[in-house]
Design a protein around this ligand. Sequence first.
Ligand code: ADP
Ligand code: MG
Length: 459
Amino acid sequence: MTTLRSSSRDLWRAVLGELELQLPRPAFETWLKKTEGVSHDEHQFVVAVPTAFAVTWLERRMYQAIHKAVAKVAQRPLDVQFRVDIGPSSESGPGDSPDVSPGLEPGPSKSPELAQRQGLTRTPFNSRYTFNTFVVGECNRLAYSAAQAVAEAPGEAYNPLFLYSGVGLGKTHLLHAIGHICASRGQSVLYVTSEQFTNHFVSAIRNRTTEDFRSHYRGVQVLLMDDVQFLSGKEQTHEGFFHTFNDLHTSGRQVVITSDRPPSALALLQDRMRSRFEWGLIADIEPPGLETRMAILASKAAQLKISIDDGIIELIAKRVQKNVRDLEGSLNRIAAYLQLMNVDITYESTSRILDSVVSDSARHNIEPENIIEKVAGYYQFDTDALVGRRRTKKISMARQVAMYLLIYELEMSPTQVGRLLGGRDHATVIHGAGKINGEISEDRQLRQDVLAIKEAIFS
Ligand code: ADP
Ligand code: MG
């Protein structure tokens, strides 16, 4: 990776400018203001962040928005890596400054940790997502073993490997874990989300660089494709993926694909593609049972170097059931509380913190369609009008309110929102949502409207 300090810094400033328009002010001030662009190359962008906690927060809660803003400013999709960098801009490059706080660094032994740390500067993989930090239970044993087998002998064990599960159950974690191992062996590994793939492919067609595109993908030994369900509905992109997949597969390269549903339920995929996925191994990950949830919490608490007694771990594991991401979220909040208040964690305080986490995740059960319906209902339009082409002042405004709510309440990416709202592009969505976000503090009527709609949605 080349370290282009000044230009990375400027680029990141432009990204921050972009984000400042989109995000609620307190969120921007708290999490982004003190960040700095460190380096970038054609695949990734490294950003220095003051605390490990902020790293986690940015990765969890804001990655989509940041990724989009970077793609817009850099005019290509880049993976964004956050790392802890304390102190006023040290002159050191990414290799020798402290990249992760000890509190969040996984792995008990020293040497893999070191290897991983060095790996972080070369590879786009999250240093916390390794096989070591993955807790195995009945729910994920098959997926875990298959991922390990693939990492040990890419192209030989199961090809393709297809992992599917609901959100927050470890698919991306396992992809990164495979990536670490293969990259540390010097193999070329490419991790892409299907949105990145789509963008990359579409711009290759637009710029007539499809040959470069093909040779870029053909050159990799291991392709890790995350969230294939978001592969754009355009037939051309599917063709592109089909050919890429075939090129790699027939030459014995490893392909690993994740999805939120099994191949048989991927409506958008053509049959020939679906049957090819079935050549390899299909493994699903189930939500973890109570014991596994407790084991995961204990392991995460150890990584965070906080001591929580077993009774409280059990309390959390019983209350938070849906997925591992929510489990981690609860633990992070409790850790933050501990740090801020400098108090012992009690049953009562844990319970209170959990209440807010649980209501947070209840929000995430809200379907995007429900938001669109409520907005349309409030402004007395059909939902068709909202996703349609008409652009009277009132409809445009209602549409922008929908964009705003989908992004800020459901944390959907602008690309997803655009697709949902009748195939609008992500720049339109960023603009629309940003506009509402900007006006809401000045415009009393708008504020009341949005509040009323929110009440209808969340009650
Ligand atoms: P998905 O891609 O399936 O939505 P992720 O891989 O992003 O889920 O997982 C969400 C979070 O939960 C990540 O921080 C990941 O490290 C953690 N996680 C998921 N499963 C496990 C597990 N079995 N052991 C440890 N951490 C896990
Ligand atoms: Mg994922």
